[in-house]
Design a protein around this ligand. Structure first.
Ligand SMILES: [Zn+2]
Ligand SMILES: [Zn+2]
Length: 277
């Protein structure tokens, strides 16, 4: 299929619109799914795993959706810009899987996630310097208690710095077009899960061989509450390495994933039943 020249302003505009629809659609779909399942469908079921039990601020969701829409627009403009860079031969995006082999698909995904983690961790720490914080990161922290809608609630300046990552990455790292789509989808899921304010991971996951490296709702809720800990995006390794992981994390995780009183009663009854038989 012959693609149009995206450096033509009209086609650039059309590409931006298409990207915007896809990005905002993905946000509404994934954040909406989690909001529907965890907040509307069976909120009582998740009550114990809800990290903060205070009510949300009035109009919080509306503001978060507003800022996330602005972020989606910025991501769309950068997406269209990346298409131009690709057509002009400045990126290492490829479309034929055999060019680098099958093994490169997961390897490039892993590298992209690790590099994104590194970029965001240090950018995030920088954004917590008081002067910078007030200008570009306060908007995100206005959500003291996060929600699935907080996922892309950023000030446009922060959105800009975040949007810059992908084109920069694609100029150096060969990535298949489908792997890029997978990475962006992981990013959306991860951000929604981390801002859910309901711990969805199993008991002891913070201590699990793989689980200990993953950020979740408890981990990131502590960032929104304590500010000076838990700066990571997907993974905990930078926080562990630079000693910025919250000392309250493990205890809070245990507390939120402890068995519910009803589950304990069932377990005691089962135990009694086996003793009696
Ligand atoms: Zn922050
Ligand atoms: Zn956050």
């Amino acid at each position: 299929m012959q693609l149009p020249d995206f450096s033509n302003p009209l086609w650039f505009f059309i590409a931006t619109i298409v990207f915007f629809i896809v990005i905002i659609g993905r946000y509404f779909l994934i954040a909406g799914l989690f909001y529907g399942v965890f907040y509307l469908w069976a909120p009582l079921r998740w009550q114990q795993r809800k990290i903060n039990n205070r009510n949300y601020k009035k109009d919080q969701f509306k503001k978060e959706i507003g800022w996330s829409t602005v972020t989606a627009l910025l991501f769309a403009i950068f997406g269209a810009g990346t298409m131009v860079l690709w057509q002009k031969g400045y990126t290492r995006v490829y479309t034929n899987i055999h060019q680098y082999g099958w093994w490169w698909l997961p390897a490039s995904l892993a590298m992209a996630l690790l590099l994104h983690e590194t970029y965001y961790y240090w950018l995030h720490r920088w954004m917590h310097r008081p002067k910078i914080f007030r200008v570009m990161h306060k908007v995100h922290h206005d959500s003291n208690i996060t929600s699935p809608w907080t996922a892309f609630s950023f000030h446009p300046l922060e959105g800009l710095l975040q949007a810059l990552f992908l084109p920069l990455l694609l100029m150096v790292l060969p990535m298949h077009e489908y792997v890029i789509i997978i990475q962006l989808t992981i990013m959306t899921f991860s951000s929604v899960i981390n801002h859910l304010d309901i711990e969805v991971y199993p008991k002891n996951f913070y201590n699990h061989l793989l689980g200990k490296w993953l950020i979740g709702a408890t981990h990131h809720s502590l960032h929104h509450k304590q500010f000076k800990y838990n700066y990571g995006l997907y993974f905990t390794f930078w926080d562990k390495w630079k000693h910025t992981e919250s000392p309250a994390y493990e205890k809070l995780f245990q507390e939120k994933t402890a068995p519910k009183p009803t589950e304990m009663i069932v377990a005691v009854q089962e135990c009694d039943a086996t003793k009696a038989s």
